[in-house]
Design a protein around this ligand. Structure first.
Ligand code: ATP
Length: 87
């Protein structure tokens, strides 16, 4: 658990929170809001290739980790996991 709390967060990912487009920002706000309210929910982020899903995931993971949450990135693809810090 200590290791999970100490996952490196790239400053770039934190800065990118301010660069999210409207759709990314809507999803980001919704997910962060649910976490802050301790509401258990599941979200699915879908979109064509290159539309910014990973960019959004990284922003969400950065925000949660900066706020002291444990945020683990799990995927069914090893390639995707390798580009998500702490995956
Ligand atoms: N809001 C944004 N501002 C600037 N660049 C962005 C933004 N969103 C995404 N990008 C850039 O667009 C490119 C594609 O984004 P990303 O890899 O997140 O897409 P993706 O939907 O996960 O793609 P794929 O499904 O192919 O894996 C990346 O270079 C990323 O840095």
């Amino acid at each position: 658990m200590i290791e999970d709390l100490n996952i490196f967060t790239a400053i770039e990912d934190i800065n990118n929170i301010h660069c999210l487009n409207i759709e990314q920002k809507n999803a980001y706000d919704e997910i962060i809001s649910h976490v802050n309210k301790k509401q258990n929910d599941m979200f699915s982020i879908d979109g064509s290739g290159g539309t910014g899903k990973i960019y959004l995931y990284r922003a969400i993971l950065a925000k949660l980790r900066c706020n002291g949450h444990i945020a683990l990135a799990m995927t069914i693809s090893g390639v995707v996991t390798s580009i998500l810090l702490g995956g």
